[in-house]
Design a protein around this ligand. Structure first.
Ligand code: ZN
Length: 323
């Protein structure tokens, strides 16, 4: 459409939108979204494949088109002679029904349960489970956001779980026999470090030992120098703040929750409460071996990724969270 015609059409549209009720505008909004969803998964990821332009088997850039299979372009490498398509060796390889992936990604955007997503997408629970974890695989354990400005940090714990596992290990059986978890030693629990800055950049590494040195290893490279670090009274953060030249606001006293009107750890504690309520509530607990997947999902959700961004993340593209 030419620019002049576009301007005149846009004026007509704007007038029409102004005269509509909010409900009518919502219908228009949904129609626009439906148009967007017509982009196929291959159209979405092909530019990423083209940008890399590498054989997924040997990294050679010398390959040629090699027919189509199921409507999808195949390639053959001149170097290793192997064939591949734009999803080979990515988490999306060999998954079927790609025309439903966007609908499924939308279910993930809404944080729906497996049962709800399976019903909406008309797939079985096994497929819903496979897709969920394949869609999260590429971002699981990735914690390379850079935090700056006012940074909040805290640790939290979730009960160790082998949910879904047919043969429970000794550790799990012992926990069940032992009854309540020892809250003081945090035995039988998994520690997670959560840090967020005010631009919503976030890291959420799982800690294996929860020692000061492990906290430092997981935090120090992610925080910019000369930021302001807000934490509880834990000594682990004192050294980190000093090393990075950060002003350190320690909220030691429970009665003082905010310092100088802006320094607090309420954002990070709100996110922790939100994550725990989701995992222990609608998710009814998750297996610890998948915890990094759920943390990746939580980060995508906090960053308000749409269904296409969720699929691009699933393909392996790093999204830039925050503003
Ligand atoms: Zn090759």
């Amino acid at each position: 459409m030419k620019a002049k015609l576009f301007v005149s059409k846009l004026n007509q549209l704007t007038k029409a939108l102004i005269s509509m009720t909010p409900a009518q505008r919502e219908i228009v909004h949904q129609s626009i979204q439906a148009l967007d969803s017509e982009i196929s998964i291959d159209e979405l990821i092909q530019p990423l494949f083209d940008a890399k332009s590498q054989c997924p088997h040997c990294d050679s850039s010398q390959f040629k088109k090699w027919g189509k299979a199921g409507g999808i372009q195949r390639y053959r490498c001149n170097n290793c002679s192997k064939t591949f398509n734009n999803k080979t060796k990515t988490p999306l390889a060999r998954l079927h029904k790609s025309h439903i992936w966007q609908a499924y990604a939308h279910c993930m955007q809404l944080r729906l349960t497996l049962r709800q997503a399976a019903k909406i997408c008309d797939i079985n629970l096994k497929t819903a489970f496979l897709w969920r974890h394949r869609f999260l695989q590429a971002q699981a354990g990735k914690n390379d956001d850079k935090l700056s400005g006012i940074i909040e940090v805290d640790e939290f714990f979730l009960a160790y779980s082998e949910k879904g596992s047919k043969t429970l290990s000794y550790r799990q059986k012992a926990r069940n026999r032992g009854g309540n978890i020892d809250k003081r030693t945090k035995k039988g629990q998994v520690a997670i470090l959560l840090s967020i800055d005010r631009s919503k950049h976030m890291i959420a590494p799982i800690l294996s030992a929860n020692t000061s040195s492990e906290i430092a290893i997981n935090l120090i490279d992610n925080i910019e120098e000369n930021s302001v670090l807000c934490s509880d009274g834990s000594w682990a953060y004192v050294k980190i703040a000093a090393q990075k030249g950060c002003d350190h606001k320690r909220l030691i006293n429970n009665k003082i929750r905010v310092m100088e009107n802006i320094y607090h750890i309420q954002t990070v504690n709100g996110a922790i409460a939100n994550f725990k309520a989701w995992i222990n509530g609608s998710m009814k607990g998750v297996a610890t071996k998948y915890l990094s997947h759920y943390l990746a999902w939580f980060k995508e959700n906090s960053a308000k990724l749409d269904k296409q961004q969720i699929l691009l993340s699933a393909y392996g593209r790093q999204q830039h969270y925050g503003t």
